[in-house]
Design a protein. Sequence first.
Length: 406
Amino acid sequence: MFAELGKRMGFGEAFNFDGPAAIFREHAALSGFRNDGGRVFDIGGLSKISDAEYDAMAPVQWPLGRDRVFGDGKFSTASGRANFLAVETPEALRRDPAFPFVLNTGRLRDQWHTMTRTGFVPQLMESAGEANFAISKADAERLNVVQGDLLRITTSQGSAVLPASITEAQRPGEIFAAMHWTGAHSGAGSISALIGPERDPHSGQPASKYQPAAVAALEVHWHGIMQTVHHPVPAGQFHFARVPLAGGMQRFRLAGWKPLPGEKTLSDWAVRLTGSDADDERVELLDLGRGVYRLAVLRGARLQACLFIARKRAALPAQESVAELFEAKWEDRTGVLRGLVTGAAPARGRIVCVCHGITEPVIRAAIKTQALADVAAVGRALKAGTNCGSCKGELAVMVKEERVLA
């Protein structure tokens, strides 16, 4: 298979591997080629590993033969000391009155690069499933922005619209957006498209996480939440964030900076938005005075899609309540919309420990009621942070915050 791929790419002779173990052996050999301890990464000792040994190989810590990187207190330089180089910020990356903010991009804890794989694992979308621009409380107050309002971020490279996430963790004068988001999950498209091509003159490293920016608040005419068994491709003058769910369903958060279509065309527009067929059965509620619209699309007694729109994000049902609608049979057609009001479940809160499905409210309640003093105690009480450990940093912050409050 690998040799055939090499031929198709035009590198048949150089890519003539007979399996993964052969590729690994070359990779290991290259790490040790002309190294002599000059480069930290060196697994050359594994370059002769057999196919069977590769298949049975347990995780290996490198560099081989050492307990840890830089464990001897020396860097890979002639003097053994780190070399610092003074660099100047390129002209294109300096803030000015036109671009007074800094757009900082980076990773989310549970995602990888452009989310081509991790972004379609429902469990990994639980902790941070919707793209946003993180902004400080001080900047949000100055811009008269509340949680969920839309921000248009403009750089010399382009612009994008995302909801505001107001947080004390963000420094004033800076905004943050995860680099992972693309058009597959967000109407803003690729966040990386807002970053310019400047590179460090010494290392060639792209300045891929820093760009001067301007921030403007947009008037939001409506907010929405939608869940559907279909895979629609929303398009229009509104923001959308797509979250894949178990069973192949999709959930969308929506917010429009233009008014909704008129009453005569609203129904057909909404059905198309959900990805449903035009002749599917519809149950609708429209209250123009309160700015409320609700749509349920059914086939038989089963819900195929639903859409809830309100003027304020806080007036929308909890996403857990919407998900429960798809578990029931709806012989009473009006109940699919009316039942959401009378039987709405409270929001369970953001999942912090993805491995064990532990939410932030549960963690904070346990810290308070059980007087949990550290991350290890949280793990013993709830199992949170005891598997992959990636949430331990957040757990430590919660423990500290709850102890201060106490």
